[in-house]
Design a protein. Structure first.
Length: 165
């Protein structure tokens, strides 16, 4: 499985400034990053994987606490059908733990989308935090570098997740 060390090596090779952060407590899902790091959800990113047209994968980067709109993903990739990828598919195809997928080192065949509102809200020098594939670390990286390295296409995607109802 891919992990913080694999990401660290990639970023060192490319001379990209970054930080691998040791988390004060283990997480099982990237959505837990804001509470563990004490940061706003807009600075903690979650990468979700979807299957479109029954065989193609798309990774979607959204702020923690949001879910991408399936209709928006449909429109962005020109798909007929989009659904969340199952855990086995995510693990096998990305080589990451399903709930801790990082937006880097994804398969070349995978389309990567990022929520446009997130891109608009962040300055290029703002540091964002993502999962690394393991529950004990997070990646801190400038938003500009993350967008460039991931090849993410900005699209309006996310909607707030309702809690408690």
């Amino acid at each position: 499985m891919k992990d913080a060390l694999a990401i660290h090596r990639l970023l060192l090779e490319r001379e990209i400034q970054h930080e691998i952060v040791r988390l004060p407590s283990m997480i099982t899902n990237a959505a837990e990053l804001p509470s563990v790091l004490g940061l706003p959800p807009s600075r903690c990113l979650v990468t979700r994987v979807f299957v479109h047209d029954l065989r193609h994968l798309v990774a979607v980067i959204v702020p923690a606490g949001t879910e991408p709109s399936l209709n928006a993903i449909n429109q962005a990739v020109g798909a007929l059908v989009v659904e969340p990828a199952d855990v086995g598919t995510v693990n096998r195809e990305t080589d990451y733990t399903a709930d801790l997928v990082a937006p880097l080192l994804l398969p070349d065949s995978m389309v990567v989308l990022v929520d446009q509102r997130l891109v608009d809200r962040l300055d290029v020098d703002d540091v964002v935090y993502t999962a690394t594939g393991e529950g004990s670390t997070a990646l801190g990286i400038r938003s500009f570098d993350l967008w460039a390295l991931s090849g993410a296409k900005p699209v309006t995607l996310a909607r707030a997740v309702r809690s408690g109802t």
